[in-house]
Design a protein around this ligand. Structure first.
Ligand code: 5GP
Ligand code: ZN
Length: 113
């Protein structure tokens, strides 16, 4: 399948990994939108969060467990962070392998902040 993030999972492209377990990969976003910007994905392919929650709801728990582990292991949980998911063209999704952005390392603007 011609999917960029599946290629990262397969090791065909080496991301800057920050987290990995049996189910989930966390890595630095190549074009960071905040001082710290990571992407968390399931190793199994789905195209967007609605497809994931419908067909593989356990993957949502795996991803949020991974984000919790990761953000507890550094200053992100203490200082706060934002989780973002973009779905489809209006949401700004550009990579069609479900992923959750984790943004932090500074005070973030928008969403009432
Ligand atoms: P989306 O816009 O689909 O929500 O997020 C896709 C994200 O993937 C973007 O923030 C973009 O910077 C990031 N990205 C695109 N190509 C690559 C890549 O090859 N490696 C990494 N680490 N991030 C990428
Ligand atoms: Zn994929």
């Amino acid at each position: 399948m011609d999917c960029l993030f599946c290629k990262l999972v397969a090791g065909e492209i080496q991301p800057d990994k920050v987290y990995e377990n049996e189910f989930v990969l966390g890595f630095k976003d190549l074009y960071p939108q905040a001082k710290e910007h990571y992407l968390f994905i399931s190793k199994e392919h789905t195209t967007h969060a609605n497809e994931m929650s419908e067909n593989h709801p356990e993957q949502l728990s795996h991803i949020f467990d991974a984000i919790r582990d990761f953000t507890k292991s550094n200053s992100l949980e203490k200082d706060g962070f934002r989780i973002v998911n973009n779905l489809g063209p209006n949401g700004g999704q550009t990579v069609f392998h479900t992923h959750f952005h984790v943004l932090g390392g500074e005070k973030l603007r928008g969403f009432g902040a």
